[in-house]
Unconditional design. Sequence first.
Length: 244
Amino acid sequence: MIKGLNRLSTLKSLLVDRENIKGLCVGCLSSTSVNGLCCSCEADLPVNRWHCHCCALPLAFSGADLLCGDCLTSPPPFDRSLIPWRYQYPVDSMISRYKYNGQRKFARPLVTGFSDYLQSAFEGCSDAKPDILIPSPMLPARRRKRGFNQARDIAESLGQALSIPVDAGVVRRIRKVQSQRGLSREARLANLRGVFKVCAAVPERVAIVDDVVTTGATMRLLASALREAGAQEIQVWALARTPG
């Protein structure tokens, strides 16, 4: 089982770095992993089983085409969200190690599982697939500091698996904003207003790709910009969704 991802010892971290050779699980270092997780650790991932059909907010009950209160009172400019996990332990630790420490081995099993999830979602209805994937943009200075844009990494992996082109140049982030951490959805929307610019032609069906959806403010503004530029159907794809 996954135990203390935040407390992996230096020795364990070095061993995990060699997982491509030994096939070690990034959670418990079992040698029986597939795509980076053993069966027990994979079973520990918090599946976003019951959720809002539109924004994928985790809910306490299920229902066909069920919508959360926010989507009922203030419908977002996107049509559907495909988000397989809740942003809870151990997914939150795995994404943080990938995003802030550049340890891509922690994202690999999540991206692989996400690809399988999407394949199942589109099975028998290939016309529901988007025409392109658009990674959530990052300012060049921040990308240089971090070394990569995790949204683009994820989009390129999914695009290759699903045979969907990726275009990271459709939308640009044109100004710096204060950190979004701890802000409410309304504050995030105000903080992000005017931050995105569509720079290329937009096809009818698109999917915005990111690692985590928190309040959905970023997705709302990105989708609004794409809708104004001509997108007719907009999906949101992310690894995880924070609980309400």
